[in-house]
Write a protein that binds this ligand. Structure first.
Ligand code: HEC
Ligand code: HEC
Ligand code: HEC
Ligand code: HEC
Length: 415
């Protein structure tokens, strides 16, 4: 054997041995990983998303990405008129834009105490533990204090809110939506999967109110889900949530009506669901999953929109921004008009000998004007979900505000 061959063997044998040993460890470890994967099944009421995550690691990673959506600036920075509109209610103390589902508990705990007066029900859209709480306390849940429920919560929005742990099918976990659909005469067993991809969101992204006596969380949809129909529902019941301390008008407060606004829009009538834009299919390795990172679709136009729209990302972004800019401009006009209304109502109320009938009519018109503007302001998407309806609501707001202002002045003899 030559010196060279000897040298080769002395290197090759240890190297080969090393590869075999390393390979052995790699495969046994890898197999152990597989063997150590989750066994058993997810418990019926498991609110901890990380337990589900062990079974669905790709979805868990996608859910974790929500932490990056952490900005929640104040609405007052861009809509200064809201402070006066909200005078007398908790929203005047603090009203921020929303951020990701994983921050719900942090945000509700950090909120100004004025906003917590509404009680336990404020927690309803903030935690996957709520359905069990409602089960446990029954209708007493709604009469409990904010803290009594809040201090028991450890989990933000999670898997249990939208999925049946046994079958992973989409499910509705919130009683208020089930009851509202039943009052509409819907058969809950006959809802298509595509509609469920919207209804899971409609558990929370809707407007609501608390019934006067029982404080029960209720969706005001019995006359329909459009802004006019919801206001007509409140008017018929003679329901007023607050009296404006400056204007004296009895008001009702809309909340994040994304679902209601989406119904009847171009995209809804074309058959889309919330999940089509907000949970698009995303490639992870060699599989595709529905993204569980709920945020602005503008962050991923390629996945959310260009499957249907072929005019390119920049064109589409321009369309969305154009719609939002026009809605915002009109919204600001309505805001100015309502500030003027509130100022005129204030003067008339402080004037002696005013025509009470005209003053009351002016207050009723202020209720309408503020309803339509507030409905648009609190609905996320800045008008995109239904541009024509949004502008229609804003034009009603402006018209009612001007009529209210005129009557408030007439009530004290001006014209
Ligand atoms: C806000 C509602 C919501 C929450 C919360 C949620 N999901 Fe989903 N999930 C959906 C929707 C909508 C789909 C799409 C279902 C369909 O198209 O049939 C889906 C689909 C899935 C699927 C089926 C495969 C796929 O990607 O389409 C799995 C598995 C899944 N989710 C796991 C999870 C896990 C694990 C969690 C918690 C970490 C979770 N989901 C939280 C709404 C939700
Ligand atoms: C259990 C209640 C609940 C359900 C179900 C739910 N959401 Fe939400 N969602 C919220 C709350 C509350 C926030 C605001 C969280 C915060 O700011 O702390 C939010 C925030 C969001 C945001 C982020 C907003 C922003 O400005 O960054 C998006 C997008 C969103 N949700 C879309 C959806 C979609 C789409 C669905 C259905 C697939 C859905 N949500 C289901 C309660 C819910
Ligand atoms: C055709 C696509 C599409 C559909 C369908 C859709 N959205 Fe949106 N959504 C958008 C766009 C675009 C925005 C604006 C994002 C922005 O301004 O950055 C938005 C904004 C939002 C926001 C605020 C998020 C943010 O970052 O400002 C929420 C919450 C939301 N949508 C919920 C819903 C719900 C709930 C549904 C179903 C009832 C729905 N969306 C249906 C496209 C869609
Ligand atoms: C499943 C198909 C589909 C997806 C996905 C989709 N759209 Fe559309 N979109 C339509 C259809 C259909 C119309 C009706 C007009 C048409 O035929 O082009 C429309 C109309 C529009 C319009 C003009 C109508 C209006 O309401 O002003 C805009 C803007 C728009 N889409 C933006 C978006 C954006 C942004 C996304 C992604 C966040 C998106 N679309 C996702 C199918 C889709």
């Amino acid at each position: 054997m030559s010196a060279r061959s000897k040298q080769f063997i002395m290197v090759a044998i240890p190297v080969a041995l090393l590869i075999i040993i390393a390979g052995f460890f790699f495969f046994t470890r890898h197999n152990q990983d597989l063997a150590e994967g989750p066994v058993g099944e997810i418990a019926a009421n498991e609110p901890r998303s990380e337990v589900w995550g062990a079974f669905y690691p790709r979805h868990w990673d996608s859910y974790q990405a929500n932490y990056e959506n952490s900005d929640n600036p104040s609405h007052f920075e861009t809509k200064p008129y809201l402070k006066t509109m909200y005078a007398g209610i908790g929203f005047a103390a603090e009203y921020n834009e929303p951020r990701a589902h994983v921050y719900t508990l942090d945000d509700i705990r950090a909120i100004d105490p004025a906003r917590k007066k509404s009680g336990a029900a404020c927690n309803t859209c903030k935690s996957s533990q709520i359905p069990e709480m409602i089960n446990k306390y029954g209708d007493k849940y709604y009469l409990m204090t904010f803290e009594e429920i809040n201090q028991q919560l450890t989990e933000p929005i999670g898997c249990l809110d939208c999925h049946d742990p046994k079958t992973m099918k989409l499910r509705i976990s919130r009683p208020a939506l089930i009851e509202a659909l039943e009052r509409q005469g819907r058969d809950l067993n006959k809802i298509s999967n595509q509609e469920m991809r919207t209804l899971v969101c409609a558990q929370c992204h809707v407007t609501y109110y608390f019934l006067p006596e029982s404080k029960k969380l209720t969706f005001p949809w019995d006359k329909g889900v459009k802004a006019d129909e919801i206001l007509a529902y409140y008017d018929e019941k003679g329901f007023t949530e607050t009296v404006h301390p400056i204007a004296g008008s009895g008001l009702v407060k809309p909340r994040h009506a994304e679902y209601e606004t989406f119904i009847g829009s171009t995209h809804e009538s074309a058959g889309l669901a919330c999940a089509d834009c907000h949970m698009p299919y995303t490639r992870v390795g060699n599989v595709k999953i529905s993204s569980h990172d709920w945020s602005s679709p503008l962050n991923r136009i390629e996945q959310s929109c260009t499957t249907c729209h072929r005019n390119g990302v920049d064109w589409l972004r321009g369309r969305v921004e154009g719609i939002q800019k026009q809605c915002k401009e009109t919204q600001d006009l309505a805001g100015e008009a309502i500030l003027e209304t509130i100022a005129e109502l204030k003067i008339s109320r402080e004037t002696t000998g005013v025509n009470q009938e005209k003053l009351q009519q002016a207050m009723d018109l202020h209720r309408k004007a503020q309803w339509y503007l507030d409905y648009v302001v609190v609905t996320n998407g800045y008008g995109f979900h239904n541009p024509t309806e949004t502008l229609n609501n804003l034009s009603k707001s402006i018209d009612y505000a001007h009529k209210s202002t005129r009557l408030a002045r007439e009530a004290r003899g001006l014209n």
